[in-house]
Design a protein around this ligand. Structure first.
Ligand code: MN
Ligand code: MN
Length: 463
């Protein structure tokens, strides 16, 4: 017997998609134009919900109404406090056959403003943030920042804030030390390069000059507050009634001469949110009822009532089950969920933290992650062989390029996703998503071919 043939028959390797399916290069390029637009429109969970809701409404989705009776093909959605969202297409099978559930998250690591953030030091006005999610703090200095969020004013009006995104708008920045004076600073450990309380964001340096300027203690702070007041009608006290998020101000771009990668802030996990949303909208007459969830708070452990460690998703499923006369526990037991989230792509520059055989690679397709967690699989949903088999069968039958991947080598670190919270609802679940380079950095990279195949996997899952 020929060894090459035997190798083909018995061994398994994942190809570079551009070699195996050259036609997909063009398809992936064009798919990612919409993806980049989505990234630019949604830099916070609230903005993603707004963009997604507009896409759903344009596609004929209506807000869930428990007094209506739903039929196969109907498209509905739920908006959870403007910060999380779910959308469904009713299937032709009974709901007791289970949901096809796909859950991604739309919150990303960032710098949230503290409740009392504004101060002046040596005639510079600053904002104090408290970082949100896992960041390497030193990466966030000398990056142009934009301010996004909402302020609820004394009069009860909710004001949407966005400064630094439109052409010509001012932006904000955290300083770093010049190399000439960094001899001692260079001795710091990288993790302490910029410490939490050194993340001071410059927002102004011109003092308010009034007729009584001699008596003012913080005229630069006052000037900054005056400018915010002119724009949004807010006062300093209103910061306590606000959710203001500082995020990188730059737009999504193509990276590489071949334009093979997307470079942008917040691809974890808006890449899965966008691909899932597109697949949901395109599901016309699915057999199983689809349910696409865009969740908040994943980066801080899914806690809070817009995160998946709350009952909001359970209540959505229960409401629909009741509406359709289905036995809820049966619905849950028969459901299968993709916890759609990114994984760490193998980075040759930092090879030692990966285990080559079980890392995921850019341009080899979406990554099926059986388990996450840390140490001895602590804190993970370890998907069953049967669940893996079901998802692999769907992808293989539809010619989706996929690979398997672990989050780093054993004992190097770890992490978690929303999979464990879905599993605790008595639903089968496995992680699937896009390999990312520089994950959680202010600027992350993803392969367009991988983004496209993740979308293809989600379409196949809903078919
Ligand atoms: Mn994620
Ligand atoms: Mn993350």
């Amino acid at each position: 017997m020929n060894g090459k043939d035997l190798e083909k028959e018995l061994l398994w390797e994942t190809p570079h998609i551009a070699k195996a399916a050259p036609a997909q290069r063009e398809e992936a390029q064009s798919f990612c134009e919409g993806y980049k637009k989505f990234l630019n429109e949604g830099k916070t969970e609230r903005e993603c919900v707004k963009t997604a809701a507009a896409m759903l409404k344009a596609a004929g989705y209506q807000e869930f109404d428990r007094n209506r009776t739903y039929q196969a093909g109907d498209k509905i959605y739920w908006n959870n406090r403007g910060k999380a969202l779910a959308a469904a297409t009713i299937g032709s099978l009974s709901l007791e056959e289970g949901f096809r559930l796909n859950a991604a998250h739309i919150d990303s690591p960032r710098l949230d403003l503290k409740p009392n953030p504004l101060f002046e030091k040596n005639e510079i006005a600053y904002l104090k943030p408290h970082y949100y999610g896992g960041i390497r703090k030193y990466q966030w200095s000398t990056v142009p920042l934009a301010m996004h969020g909402v302020v609820v004013r004394q009069d009860g009006e909710v004001i949407e804030v966005s400064i630094g995104e439109k052409e010509g708008e001012p932006q904000f920045c955290i300083t770093d030390l010049l190399p000439h004076l960094a001899a001692e600073h260079n001795g710091r450990k990288l993790g302490d390069g910029i410490k939490g309380e050194e993340l001071n964001i410059i927002i102004g340096s011109i003092p308010f000059v009034g007729e009584d300027d001699e008596t003012l203690k913080t005229p630069v702070k006052l000037m900054a507050m005056k400018l915010l007041n002119e724009k949004y009608g807010m006062t300093e006290k209103d910061f306590t009634r606000a959710e203001l998020e500082m995020v990188p101000a730059y737009k999504a771009v193509d990276i590489g001469l071949d334009r093979s990668l997307v470079g942008a802030y917040g691809q974890d996990d808006r890449v899965c949110a966008y691909t899932a949303l597109r697949a949901e909208i395109e599901a016309k007459s699915p057999a199983h009822t689809t349910l696409t969830v865009l969740a908040d708070k994943e980066e801080v452990g899914s806690s809070g009532n817009t995160g998946l460690n709350s009952d909001f998703l359970l209540h959505i499923m229960a409401d629909l089950a009741e509406n359709m006369g289905a036995h809820f526990h049966t619905v849950l037991r028969h459901s299968i969920c993709l916890s759609s989230d990114v994984n760490a792509a193998y980075d040759p520059t930092f090879a030692s933290v990966y285990e080559e055989r079980n890392a995921c690679y850019i341009n080899r397709g979406c990554v099926l992650t059986k388990y996450t967690g840390a140490r001895g699989k602590s804190g993970t949903n370890d998907a069953s062989a049967e669940t893996m088999a079901q998802v692999i069968r769907i992808m293989d039958e539809n010619g989706v390029y996929w690979q398997t991947g672990e989050l780093g080598a054993v004992d190097v670190g770890g992490g978690g996703t929303i999979a464990q919270f879905v599993a605790s609802m008595d639903v089968d679940v496995v992680d699937l998503g896009v390999p990312i380079l520089s994950m959680h950095a202010p600027f992350e990279l993803a392969s367009k071919l991988d983004v496209y195949n993740t979308y293809r996997a989600f379409c196949a899952f809903y078919r």
